[in-house]
Design a protein around this ligand. Structure first.
Ligand code: 13P
Ligand code: ZN
Length: 284
């Protein structure tokens, strides 16, 4: 089959109260590891790339690899542009084959965020491409966008309701206390806020900054409306650690087929574990 949109994946997740993990990838090996892990678990999966990754790996290469992956495994695989604030860049990704995009205008004021999101939706929905937006500010760093400690902004449930209604966005990233990157201590999540949003909003909700959040808390979040769980840091760190370990044990190594193999293997294990926690195994 072809690459699908997040909407196609998340509607079923919402209906059946599970979540689908979105893994941020950076290269062929991480894409292969995610797809192999998802295949072994029979799980739909979202491959996410930030604009920085698109620039690094090359737009056409990423789309081509994903098209081959979707055909090879014949299960729902989405290719999603993560945290994009540049509308022209986003449109280029859609024209090249992305089926899902996040327009991140969360740093703008409420009305500007609505207007930018609406204009992207006007463009994307005509092409059957789904759109995620963010309301509130998730802390930490993703690409070159940094929200410092103390500058995070939790999502107001009634503003989120209005945002979802007037934009008709396909999924909404909400801020309930998570942050991108490594936590010094696991943050306390505002589940009351999430419960309220889940009560009043039908749109599938998205949890950013999910690396380092315990299984217990991820499960509570999923039981309360989180349908997409974003994982970047928990892929990046073990991938890098495995390569470092390999070179420590084999200082003269130089064959990428050897030193990348354990890194791929470890990413695949992380992928399977997150799929298990999200409850998306067997749903493909
Ligand atoms: P982490 O860095 O916590 O994994 O966050 C991932 C994310 O939200 C990607 O958009
Ligand atoms: Zn994010």
């Amino acid at each position: 089959m072809d690459i699908v949109s997040n909407k196609e994946i998340l509607v079923d997740a919402k209906k059946n109260k599970y979540a689908v993990p979105a893994f941020n990838v950076h290269n062929l090996e991480t894409i292969q590891a995610v797809l192999e892990g998802a295949w072994e678990m029979k799980s739909p999966v979202i491959i996410a790339t930030t604009p920085g990754t698109v620039k690094y790996a090359g737009l056409e290469y990423i789309v081509a690899i994903l098209k081959v992956g979707a055909m090879k495994y014949n299960m729902p695989i989405s290719l999603h542009l993560d945290h994009c604030s540049d509308v022209e860049f986003l449109k280029n990704c859609v024209m090249a084959g992305y089926k899902s995009v996040m327009i991140d205008a969360s740093m703008e004021d409420f009305n500007t965020n609505i207007n930018i999101t609406k204009s992207v939706i006007d463009f994307a929905h005509k092409l059957d491409v789904s759109v995620e937006a963010e309301l509130g500010l998730v802390g930490g760093q993703e690409d070159d966008r940094i929200i410092k400690e103390g500058e995070e902004l939790l999502t107001d449930p009634y503003m989120a309701l209005e945002f979802a209604k007037v934009t008709n966005v396909d999924s909404l990233a909400v801020a309930i206390g998570t942050a991108h990157g490594v936590y010094k201590l696991e943050p306390k999540l505002d589940f009351d806020r999430l419960k309220k949003m889940n009560e009043i909003i039908d749109t599938p909700l998205v949890l950013h900054g999910a690396s380092g959040i315990s299984e217990e808390n991820l499960k509570i979040a999923i039981a309360n409306g989180i349908c997409k769980v974003n994982i970047a840091t928990e892929i990046k760190i073990p991938f890098a650690e495995a390569i470092k370990r390999y070179f420590k044990e084999n200082p003269d190594a130089n064959d990428p087929r050897h030193y990348l193999k354990p890194a791929k293997g470890i990413v695949k294990e992380v992928v399977k574990e997150k799929i298990r926690i999200c409850g998306s195994g067997g749903r493909a």
